[in-house]
Design a protein around this ligand. Structure first.
Ligand code: SF4
Ligand code: SF4
Length: 396
């Protein structure tokens, strides 16, 4: 593979005031040569024909992270000011933007989607700009290569049919994968409950990292612009704490963008990043910044990060046995639980039953933490198994 440089643009932005976000997005696009303009330095990803340019007449999918129907102030979802700024840039290029995502769990149906779009501020953006929001939940299969643990996956048909995708993730730590940014955000292309199904079919971290990388290679976003004004640390993607970071980042290469973002927030050992590096998809980085020093901001990792050295350094049979004994297990808080049953509907392993509050069948649980991710009340904590505490100490 050619060592083609991968530009990542970064700009300081400490407020979601619309004018400031508009200006920051403008700076990023200028540095990358615009949405449809000439390339920045070495602007491609290896030999692959990445980075579709946005041209007049195109239908452009804006794919924010809308994992749950939360107010933007909760820092769970991509801020609507960023979606609005990018939509305006797409309109200025003569193209037609539309907003599309598929939250996990039962919110993936049309009624759930409408609620999520409203609560996350997307409906207001769409109304202000007169653009479409997709509640189309039809699926289409895409083929992945034999590097992927799944050779075919279902994704949203409306996303597949777009002429280009602009990926709009939020920077967050993540209880299951350690981190969610550019690469992980495209897991949201998989419709609602299918996400849980694939979690069940691909339970180990390493193959799941391969699946995420393959999904990005199949969908080939034209551009990624990351919301890093306020990220999330701790037990993301939904139960962590807002963390001011103060930057927007953009690149045509999601792998290099994530790798650089991870270095800024000091989060290590992320499987999707390791897979991308091993496949030669990361860098060499060309940083396009404001000309001022970038201030790293260490993020607190998720409290019970699944350990991945087991998969990477032990023989597969031993790794499989140990992974099961080390998996994090959910614990349900009686005081916070409102009995909504969303966790039961989101569980891919059918490991929960309602008896006042959810009760866990440990033998069935695969430790995917979909229940924690989808709980609207932050009523799901995660506890280590005895073996995990013995080997690694308490991670609290
Ligand atoms: S734990 Fe959360 S998702 Fe599950 S029933 Fe309680 S409130 Fe709902
Ligand atoms: S109960 Fe276990 S298998 Fe079910 S969603 Fe929670 S962590 Fe995943």
């Amino acid at each position: 593979m050619t060592e083609t440089a991968k530009p990542v643009a970064i700009t300081a932005c400490r407020s979601y005031e619309q004018e400031k976000i508009d200006a920051a997005v403008g700076r990023l696009l200028d540095r990358l040569g615009g949405l449809g303009g000439t390339d920045g330095p070495g602007d491609s990803i290896g030999q692959e024909s990445w980075g579709t340019r946005i041209c007049a007449g195109m239908r452009v999918a804006l794919k924010p992270n809308l994992v749950m129907g939360k107010d933007p102030a909760a820092a769970v979802t991509t801020h609507p000011a960023l979606v609005e700024a990018v939509a305006k840039a797409v309109i200025a290029a003569g193209a037609t933007p539309f907003i599309i995502d598929s939250p996990g769990g039962p919110s993936g149906n049309a009624a759930g989607l409408a609620m999520v779009y409203k609560r996350t501020g997307m409906v207001a953006v769409a109304e202000r700009l007169g653009i479409e929001i997709s509640v189309d939940t039809r699926e289409v299969e895409v083929a992945l290569t034999d590097r992927s643990p799944l050779r075919r996956v279902s994704i949203l048909q409306a996303l597949r049919e777009a002429d280009a995708i602009i990926n709009l993730p939020k920077i967050k730590t993540h209880a299951q994968t350690g981190y969610t940014g550019a690469v992980k955000n495209l897991y949201g292309a998989i419709p609602g409950m299918r996400k849980a199904e694939y979690h069940f079919r691909v339970q180990e971290r390493k193959p799941f990292g391969e699946l995420l990388v393959e999904l990005n290679l199949a969908l080939r976003p034209a551009l990624t612009i990351m919301d890093g004004v306020i990220g999330m640390e701790g037990d993301g993607p939904t139960a962590g704490d807002p963390k001011p970071f103060g930057y927007l980042l953009a690149s045509r290469c999601p792998f290099t963008l994530d790798h650089y973002a991870l270095s800024l927030i000091a989060i290590k050992e992320i499987e999707m990043d390791r897979v991308a590096r091993a496949r030669g998809l990361v860098g060499p980085l060309v940083l396009l910044d404001d000309g001022e020093s970038i201030e790293p901001t260490p993020f607190r990792p998720a409290s019970h990060r699944q350990v991945n050295f087991v998969e990477n350094y032990l023989p597969p049979f031993l790794a499989r046995a140990l992974s099961r004994s080390l998996r994090p297990l959910p614990a349900f808080d009686r005081e916070k639980c409102i009995g909504c049953r969303i966790c039961l509907q989101s569980c891919p392993a059918d490991a929960l039953q309602m008896e006042g509050i959810p009760q866990l069948d440990k033998d069935r649980c695969i430790g995917c933490l979909c229940c924690q991710e989808m709980c609207p009340e932050r009523a799901v904590d995660v506890r280590q198994t005895g073996l995990s505490r013995l080997l690694f100490g308490s991670r609290r």
